[in-house]
Design a protein around this ligand. Structure first.
Ligand SMILES: NC(=O)c1ccc[n+]([C@@H]2O[C@H](COP(=O)([O-])OP(=O)(O)OC[C@H]3O[C@@H](n4cnc5c(N)ncnc54)[C@H](O)[C@@H]3O)[C@@H](O)[C@H]2O)c1
Length: 261
């Protein structure tokens, strides 16, 4: 299977290491990167534009770059009939972009795949929604400075926070707008379950945590589930959970497996 990447950072590097160890079962043919990026994280060539990558005929392009890359390249990739894996899921909190990608995918038959990223249990949530979900909440706990720079904490002195403090409570859609760089998990839970406006999110600045902690609770006809993830940060990018890179690898492996789980 031929894979193209968008991005040349922490996640791209872990995915590349894995694929290069598969004896050609999963081959990275190239990557689209920014002009400011350093040398390729693997043996594959890098390009400053998408056209060169599309010309290599990848079966799937994996976005591991950022929300802007999803809107910039997503529609063109699907238009070319190539599958798109999206890890910057927060981009899909934009309903117009989601509609555009959906329409383009329907036209060419190419699929958009969303890996679980830093979360777990999205399989159970998508299954449970078949019979109807009544409520889903996501509570995320990070160090105070992990929230810095977001519009949602404008005017908040994060360095002064000495005890766990709720910095946001509202819908996944509002969370994505107020905390765009932390929106991936909220958007993923919302897309898997009951949508941006019905998914309740609480964000907590907690000086006592070492890992990024996500707690999902869901209730519906199926019963009730609770999922706790305490994710180790990536050694190359402390804002990224290492599990997110592993979730992409898992999805790529799955596409090549005869017996799938
Ligand atoms: N779904 C999840 O749970 C989850 C978890 C962790 C990270 N993420 C997201 O994954 C993405 C990548 O994370 P990372 O740790 O590898 O980041 P990183 O900063 O280490 O690397 C990003 C790479 O993408 C490149 N890039 C950025 N915009 C680009 C563009 N428009 N075109 C081409 N290349 C571009 C950068 O130059 C860099 O090489 C981020 O958007 C992050 O928010 C999602």
């Amino acid at each position: 299977m031929k894979i193209g990447l968008i991005g040349n950072g922490a996640i791209a590097s872990v995915v590349t290491d894995h694929c290069e160890g598969t004896n050609g079962r999963i081959e990275i043919v190239g990557a689209t990167v920014l002009a400011s990026d350093g040398p390729s994280v693997g043996g594959h060539p890098t390009f400053k534009n998408l056209g060169n990558l599309l010309a290599l005929g990848p079966d799937m392009i994996v976005e591991c770059a950022g929300q802007k890359a999803v809107s910039e390249y997503g529609p063109e990739i699907l238009k070319a009939g190539i599958g798109l894996m999206v890890i910057s899921v927060g981009a899909l909190a934009d309903a117009d972009l989601l509609k555009t990608l959906d329409a383009q995918a329907r036209t060419t038959g190419a699929k958009v795949i969303i890996p679980a990223g830093a979360l777990a249990g999205l399989d159970a949530i998508t299954a449970a929604r078949i019979d109807g979900l009544e409520r889903i909440t996501l509570r995320t706990r990070k160090l105070p400075m992990a929230w810095s720079g977001a519009p949602g904490v404008d005017g908040v002195d994060l360095e002064a926070i000495a005890a766990p403090t709720v910095i946001f409570r509202g819908s996944a859609g509002d969370a994505a707008r107020a905390f765009p760089k932390n929106a991936n998990v909220a958007a993923a839970v919302a897309i898997a379950g009951i949508g941006m406006e019905n998914t309740q999110v609480e964000l907590i600045a907690d000086p006592g945590v070492r890992r990024n902690i996500h707690h999902i609770a869901a209730e519906g006809v199926f019963g009730r589930l609770e999922i706790d993830v305490q994710a180790e940060p990536s050694p190359d990018n402390p804002k990224t959970s290492h599990l997110a890179a592993l979730s992409i690898i898992r999805q790529l492996d799955k596409l090549t497996e005869n017996i799938q789980i």
